[in-house]
Design a protein around this ligand. Structure first.
Ligand code: C5P
Length: 221
């Protein structure tokens, strides 16, 4: 009998995009499908963890045995994550959080009629959920994601430093957005290595299971 790798552990995952409303019918979002985060939640559950999944607006079924909290905006995601984070052993931030949101929310639909010029929108920065959790005194083991279109290793390394997290997982997004397969780069203070180990691609659930093994090995007593 071999105990499951994350038995007795609690894992918190963010997944999907966020949606930042402009008015009641419009907003700013991105192309994240949530597939990687949902696969990680499923893999962590399979590995015996108690899993909470904080999801932005996505069209995906909740993995079996996982507690799901649905949110829309980055601020709602932070509100859902912050009080829960200290009760978890691991925090995996896969969500593609919108970096900015409209400074004001129009109560009514912004109308085109009677306007000579197209409207302009002032944006303000959203909170950095991962960095906020990583700065908590009673923080869980934090894992960040880096979706980059170039210089993946350099950006992932920079993210380790900037967000003060022990592990960053890089992928060459947005090419992977919505796809079922992916290739990851695991980056920590010791170095970096590809997942799958042979540098090929694999489906997101296979990658999630490997990543969960990597995390379990790092938090093992
Ligand atoms: O800063 P950047 O978006 O490149 O960092 C990506 C990592 O930080 C991901 O793990 C993402 O989930 C997390 N993040 C966050 N809150 C933000 C922006 C990014 O948690 N506002």
């Amino acid at each position: 009998f071999q105990p499951k790798a994350l038995a007795g552990k609690r894992v918190l995952v963010t997944a999907g995009p966020t949606f930042e409303a402009i008015d009641p019918v419009r907003g700013i979002t991105n192309l994240s499908s949530g597939k990687m985060g949902f696969a990680i939640a499923r893999a962590a559950r399979e590995a015996g963890a108690e899993v909470t999944l904080v999801a932005g607006p996505v069209a995906l079924p909740t993995p079996r045995g996982v507690t799901r909290v649905d949110v829309r905006s980055a601020r709602q995601m932070l509100e859902a994550v912050l009080p829960r984070a200290p009760q978890h052993d691991v925090f995996v931030a896969t969500a593609a959080v919108a970096d900015w949101r409209p400074a004001t929310l129009s109560e009514h639909k912004i109308k085109k009629e009677g306007k000579k010029l197209a409207p302009t929108f002032e944006l303000v920065e959203n909170p950095d959920i991962l960095a906020t959790v990583a700065a908590l005194p009673d923080r869980p083991y934090c894992v960040g994601f880096a979706a980059e279109s170039e210089n993946l290793l350099a950006h992932a390394r920079a993210k380790l430093e900037r967000k003060k997290v022990p592990l960053v997982v890089g992928n060459l997004g947005p090419a992977t957005f919505g796809r079922d397969d992916n290739a990851l780069l695991i980056v920590d203070a010791q170095g970096h290595r590809p997942l799958p180990a042979d540098g090929s691609t694999a489906d997101k659930l296979t990658l999630a299971r490997e990543l969960v093994r990597e995390i379990a090995a790092r938090i093992a007593p």
